[in-house]
Write a protein that binds this ligand. Structure first.
Ligand SMILES: *Cc1c(COP(=O)(O)O)cnc(C)c1O
Length: 367
């Protein structure tokens, strides 16, 4: 049996003609940037998350860059201020910080759930610390009560990197509405994915929202009047239309992911494989990817490939060991390094069949 890691084609075709017809309507509308579809998606996604504002932007990295840039423009952050971030995040979170001339302060994750270890945040706070950026890695929401409490005590902003957690619910509130602002990515492989690049910022802060909106559109609120030196990061009408269609099915698709994961969690019985844990109740995890840990990853991956099971490593090299971040290379982050050495993601999609799931479980157990 051949089991792809994730078939985007299968997800797209599961919508029948709905996506294609939506694209055709946009093509025929004659309006392609900042029109009704963008507004419609922004309204739908702000209602969905519960945040007062949603600003559609070009991609997830831009969403995070824009939030920090807006805080600088509003005078709440300045060059070389510090932002606390989990050391095992995807590189984009760090890029957003350094692109703004801010300093990332790396904190180890918890080895059991891979989110930032909230017990290690307070000890790195300095007078320069301005924000915490929790990353809901792999779709698991972080320990938000504790993070928000620390932020309140020290006067810090909380900026969610919600690129992997669309739809996840923490104590009745959606990801994207758990801190002061959130950056979302709609990269095709994400739980809510466009058919190209797209992203959004959500926030209930009026000032921040209008600054992000202006910055993403040349620093302008009124055409040809520029308040600040902005850039161009816009959600186009075709992607906005697609996202509105796909948003309506997000909760159902996330539930299908949970069903697959439940089958894996029940079925995989191999003492060499460490399974993930789910924190804060099942709604708080949307299983963007299903990550397990093994000592001999190379052997495990080779074996699975040989059996037709495609896997991906999220991620093979931690940010502080990347050539791009030589200045962080001196840091000692043993938990992060262990995670990057051992993690491997098994196939996960809303549409894995019972037979496919059973095959993966049998093959994994036989290793
Ligand atoms: C995907 C991702 C991003 C960046 O999103 P893009 O749309 O690819 O720019 C940021 N942070 C995390 C954790 C991601 O997984």
């Amino acid at each position: 049996m051949e089991i792809p890691f994730l078939s985007l084609k299968e997800i797209t075709t599961s919508f029948g003609n709905e996506l294609i017809e939506n694209v055709i309507q946009t093509v025929n509308s004659g309006w392609y940037i900042h029109g009704d579809r963008c507004r419609q998606f922004e309204d739908a996604y702000s209602t969905f998350t519960g945040a007062k504002h949603c600003i559609g932007v070009g991609n997830g990295l831009d969403a995070l860059i824009l939030i920090l840039r807006a805080y600088k423009e509003l005078g709440l952050m300045k060059d070389y201020d510090e932002v606390i971030v989990p050391a095992n995040t995807y590189i984009a979170t760090l890029l957003a910080i350094t692109a703004n001339n801010l300093t990332p302060v790396l904190v180890e994750p918890d080895i059991t759930h891979y989110c930032i270890d909230s017990n290690k945040i307070e000890q790195v706070i300095t007078p320069k610390t301005k924000a915490i950026m929790p990353v809901h890695l792999y779709g698991q929401l972080c320990d938000m009560d504790r993070i928000l409490e620390i932020a309140r005590n020290f006067g810090l902003k909380v900026i969610e990197d919600a690129a992997q957690s669309h739809g996840a619910i923490y104590k009745g509130r959606r990801s994207g509405n758990l801190g002061d602002a959130a950056g979302h990515s709609f990269y095709p492989g994400k739980n809510l994915g466009a058919l190209g690049d797209a992203g959004a910022v959500t926030t209930s802060d009026d000032e921040l929202a209008s600054m992000v909106r202006a910055l993403a559109n040349y620093g302008s609120q009124k055409k040809y009047v520029n308040l600040t030196k902005g850039f161009n990061s816009r959600l186009d009408e075709i992607q906005a239309g697609i996202l509105t269609v796909k948003l309506a099915r997000l909760d159902a698709d996330n539930q299908l992911r949970r069903n697959v994961v439940e089958a894996y969690q029940q079925g995989i019985r191999n003492h060499k494989i460490v399974l993930p844990v789910v924190l804060h109740g099942e709604a708080a995890h949307v299983h963007h990817v299903y990550v397990v840990r093994v000592e001999d990853r190379e052997d495990f991956q080779r074996y699975l490939t040989h059996k037709g099971i495609q896997t991906v490593i999220h991620y093979p090299i931690p940010p502080h060991k990347q050539e791009a971040y030589k200045e962080l290379a001196h840091l000692s982050l043993p938990i992060t390094e262990q995670i990057h050495r051992q993690v491997i993601s098994l196939p996960l999609s809303p549409f894995l069949t019972k037979e496919q799931i059973a095959y993966v479980i049998d093959v994994v157990n036989a290793w």
